[in-house]
Design a protein around this ligand. Sequence first.
Ligand code: FDA
Length: 381
Amino acid sequence: LASADLVVVGSGFFGLTVAERAATELGKRVVVLERRAHLGGNAWSEFEPETGIEVHRYGAHLFHTSNQRVWDYVRRFTDFTGYQHRVFTVSKGQTFPMPINLGTICQFVGQHLSPTEARALVREHAAEIDPAHVGNLEDKAISLIGRPLYEAFVRGYTEKQWQTDPRELPPEIISRLPVRYNFDNRYFNDTFEGLPVDGYAAWLERLADHPLVEVVLEVDYLDVRGLVPAGVPVVYTGPLDTYFGDAEGRLGWRTLDFQQEVLPIGDFQGTSVMNYADSDVPWTRIHEFRHFHPERDYPEDRTVVVREYSRTAEPGDEPYYPISTARDREVLARYRERAAAEPDVFFGGRLGTYQYLDMHMAIASAMSMFDNRLAARLTEG
Ligand code: FDA
C-alpha cells in the first residue's frame, strides 16, 4: 500500500474499471483490495467441475447496453456471443412468455386479440382501482394492469420476493409494470446484448491484467485502512453503512439463496430462466445454465440447475437489491453527508452508493468518476 498512487476497495466491475483507467490512461500504480477469495465481485462465474458448465455464482448475469462507449470499452477485454435473453413463467400449470406481451395476453385469455383489443381489455380491468386511491402494492398493480393479469403473474411472485402479502407492501415498490402490446418477447430492449465468449471470470481477469494494477485477495479494507498513507485517494465500492461503522443505522437489502444441483439429464426446462409465479412453489425462478451458451460443447447427459429464493438480508448475508424504504432513504441522506466530508475517499459502485446498477451502468459510472473527478485528483500537484 505504501507505494500506491490509488487504492481501490472492491474488485467488481466498478473497482476494476477505475483501476484499469488510472493505470492505462495515467500510468498510476493501483492496489485493489478484495475481501473475497476471487476477484470480479458479483459478476464472477466458475465452471461447475463435474459438467464444465459455466455457473454465475451470485445470480445470472446478462450483459446488455445501449451505451456505445461502454460497448466499445468492454470489447477490448472480451468478445460477446449473440445470446438474446428470453424469460418464461409458469402460472397455474401453464407456461407464458415474459415480460407480459401480446403473446402472454392472447394465451391467457385463450383467443386472438389485436394490440388495440388487448389494450382496451387491460384498460377496462385496470379501471377497477382509482389511481388516486392506491393504498398498497396490490392496488397499485391492479391500477396498472388489472386484476386478472396481476393475480396470474404478479401477486405470487411479489409475495415470494418480499415474503410479505402485497396488500401490506408500500405501492412505491413498483412505479410501472411493463406490458408490451406486440409479440416482442426479448427481455432487454438495448442495442447491444451478449454473453462473454469465454466466460465472466476470463473477462474480469483481463480487465485486471495490467502491470501497474495489483489485486490483493482476502483483505478487508476496514482492517487495513490505517495503512493507507495520508493523501492517497481511495475509491471505495464496499457497503456505505459499513464504512461508517453503521453509525446512522443499517441500510436495508434483499438477498437471494441459491440451491444448485447437477441432474442426470440433458435438458431440464428447455430454456435458461423459468419464473414461478404461483405462491405455493417456494422458489422464484430456476436457472439452467447450459442454455446461456448453446454454442458450447456441453455434456448431453447432465445439466446444472439453480433454484433461486428471495428474502430480506440479515447481517452476514450478501446484500443484493436495495430495499429503499422511506427510512432507508433518510439514513442514506445522512451517510451521503458524511461521505461528502471525506476528502480522500470516492464512493462508487452498487454497494458504495446504495443503488441497483446493471454491469453496463457500473462500468459507465466508473468511467465518469474517473473522467470527472479522479483523473484531476491523480494528476494534481
Ligand atoms: P460488486 O458487488 O460486483 O463488487 C464489490 C466488491 O467489493 C465485491 O467483490 C466485494 O467483495 C468487495 N468489497 C466490499 N467491501 C469490501 C471491503 N471492506 N474490503 C475489500 N473488498 C470489499 N447486471 C447486469 O448487467 N445484468 C444482469 O443480468 C445482472 N444480474 C444480477 C443478478 C443479481 C442477483 C445481482 C445482485 C446483480 C446483478 N447484476 C446484473 C448487477 C451486477 O452484479 C452489478 O452491476 C455489478 O456487480 C456491480 O459491480 P460493483 O463493482 O459495483 O459491485
